[in-house]
Ligand binder design. Structure first.
Ligand code: SF4
Length: 336
């Protein structure tokens, strides 16, 4: 018999020794939101407050700590959607937003955590309120992407008055199979990934793949760079093979509070990657068939001193931020 979602979440914590507790907040308000610069223009990132990620096993991930251990009713999530568009800073920029990135710190297409009724309401509001939006991105695990959801999303987006591109975003984390599935406990095989590409192909959607540079203590700085380079080559050839545009979102790993990685960091067994190493890995994407975005924000979830940004990194952060906006590889030339 399938486990109750709450038991599934707690089993995940127990399986990999996650010690964090879950968040209790007003269920009618989103967890977080912020504006960010994207290749498409002004981006609005919204994180909804829902039932936590049911997988909850990935080493080093404490995103479920921002979510609820109890189911959040679709009526409350609908109120969250309305609350987002009532925030004065967002309200004032409705006509300027080019891209919306949607997350619930888990899977937006898992109807157990983000019910379909709320997803439908959200898509309707995007169609009605954001006339300039040309791209919408939904974060999810691949196994929750059903063909009927893809067909419905496609229909809703085609009814807009202006063109809008859909992007799905999945966590891949590491390319090395052993590190990804045995050490990091991601639960993602290449056949599952390729099946997702096949399912997406008819719709012309793009796929964003989140990677972490140096996600586990056993990796050296050089091995971490090589893993990202191998991932870039694989994603570039998969994009060609399946005809799905792919964007790599490369997150330098930080020691997230309440995770085994934070304990390793505190014991001196793990050091987050140097930002220069991140620039080196990113530089290898020059001339390849994918775009690249470097995450430069730890969402305030790192333990003190456990971030990948160190004193003296300000100029490089600005350069990488500029790269994110322009995809100009000349900015990374000295790291190639
Ligand atoms: S990385 Fe994603 S799938 Fe893994 S536990 Fe965190 S939220 Fe869940």
């Amino acid at each position: 018999m399938a486990l109750d979602p709450k038991d599934q979440i707690l089993a995940g914590s127990e399986r990999v020794d996650k010690t964090f507790s879950f968040n209790t907040q007003d269920p009618t308000q989103p967890a977080q939101w912020w504006f960010q610069n994207t290749e498409e223009g002004l981006g609005l990132f919204v994180v909804f407050y829902t039932l936590a990620c049911r997988w909850n096993r990935c080493l080093g991930c404490n995103l479920p700590s921002m979510s609820s251990l109890e189911k959040v009713h679709f009526k409350d999530i609908i109120e969250q959607v309305d609350a987002v568009f009532a925030i004065p800073e967002i309200r004032g920029k409705l006509g300027e937003i080019d891209k919306v990135i949607l997350s619930n710190n888990g899977s937006m297409l898992d109807e157990i955590t983000f019910p379909s009724t709320a997803l439908f309401h959200l898509m309707v509001q995007l169609n009605c309120l954001l006339p300039k939006m040309n791209s919408v991105c939904l974060e999810t695990r691949p196994e929750y992407v059903d063909w009927d959801e893809l067909a419905l999303l496609d229909r809703l987006l085609k009814e807009r008055e202006s063109d809008c591109h859909m992007e799905l975003a999945i966590g891949f984390e590491a390319f090395d199979e052993t590190i990804r599935n045995e050490v990091f406990v991601k639960g993602l095989s290449l056949p599952v990934f390729e099946k997702l590409l096949e399912r997406m192909r008819p719709y012309g959607y793009g796929l964003k793949c989140y990677f972490m540079q140096k996600p586990v203590p056993s990796m050296s700085e050089e091995e971490a760079i090589d893993d990202i380079k191998a991932a870039i080559d694989y994603l570039s050839s998969s994009s060609d093979k399946f005809g799905v545009p792919i964007n790599m979102h490369l997150n330098p790993t930080y020691a997230a509070k309440g995770t085994p990685l934070a304990s390793s960091f505190q014991k001196g067994e793990y050091t987050p990657p140097q930002l220069e190493s991140v620039a080196k890995a990113a530089a290898s994407a020059k001339g390849k068939g994918l775009s690249l975005f470097i995450g430069l924000f730890d969402e305030g979830l790192a333990v003190p001193g456990g971030s990948f940004i160190r004193p003296g990194d300000k100029a490089l952060v600005a350069r990488l931020d500029e790269f994110n906006k322009t995809q100009n590889f000349d900015l990374l030339e000295e790291y190639a």
